[in-house]
Design a protein around this ligand. Structure first.
Ligand code: PGA
Length: 247
């Protein structure tokens, strides 16, 4: 794969402090000099505490910054501990991850996720919308039904014109942080299913992506990019994933 436009999203989760910023110099240097850089879109999603610092760090680079979640309310309000999309945008975020399974587990419903997506798009943020089945659902062979429902409810009343501002990330829950990964054949089939039912969306894959399994994952033709958790916290590993995708 040498000339396909691909997204590489670094989801740092609740990791990283100001002392993690220096390592980003490696990524900035790498992207600047990499032969395929015009096809690469890197988006860092750090904890909110690092968004502004990263935005400044990436000022002269093409790398963009996103948040990992947001509140559904558009304006300021009495919501202790939360930030809304306009606030994220005001510190330079361009994207926001919504519907991550770790937040679905913490109680986020499809309806709330739908509100958050609408609020994000209205504020001008682009959305990385996560979907995925649990191991139990996979064993019951209801993966497609689960994904269809998550998409139907999550994207309820989302305007067609917003399609270009929304990426779908397919992350099997049983793959996240476990080292387990579906076969290429299964991933191809599920991504094809999502694309057929939801024309026009870019579909990313997430779940245990690392410098070892990328050699195989990159062969899946219908994937438009990767959402990387654990491995993205190490700049060398993250760079390796990108490099190998284009090798
Ligand atoms: P992982 O996380 O790469 O550590 O499995 C992916 C994610 O949760 O987005």
């Amino acid at each position: 794969m040498t000339n396909k436009y691909m997204y590489f999203i670094a989801n740092w989760k609740m990791f990283g402090g100001l002392n993690s910023i220096k390592s980003l110099n490696n990524v900035i240097r790498f992207l600047k000099s990499f032969k395929n850089n015009k096809y690469i879109k890197i988006i860092y999603c750090p904890p909110n505490t690092l968004i502004h610092t990263m935005v400044i760090k990436f000022k002269k680079s093409k790398i963009q910054v996103g948040a990992q979640n947001c509140h559904s309310h558009e304006n300021y309000g009495a919501f202790t501990g939360f930030v809304n999309c306009n606030m994220l945008k005001s510190v330079g975020a361009k994207y926001v991850i919504i519907g991550h399974s770790e937040n679905r587990f913490a109680g986020e419903s499809d309806k709330l996720i739908n509100h958050k997506i609408k609020s994000a798009l209205k504020s001008g943020l682009k959305v990385i919308f996560c979907i995925g089945e649990t191991l139990k659902q996979k064993r019951k062979k209801i993966t497609k039904r689960v994904l269809e429902k998550q998409i139907k409810l999550g994207l309820n009343k989302i305007k067609i014109k917003d399609k270009k501002n929304l990426l779908i990330a397919y992350e099997p829950v049983w793959s996240i942080g476990t080292g387990l990964i579906a076969s290429n054949k299964d991933l191809y089939e599920i991504i094809e299913f999502i694309k057929k039912k939801n024309k026009g969306y870019k579909i990313l894959y997430g779940g245990s992506v690392n410098p070892k399994n990328i050699d195989s994952l990159k062969l899946i033709k219908n994937i438009d990019g990767f959402l990387v958790g654990g491995a993205s916290q190490n700049s060398k590993k993250f760079i390796d994933i990108i490099k190998k995708t284009y090798n």
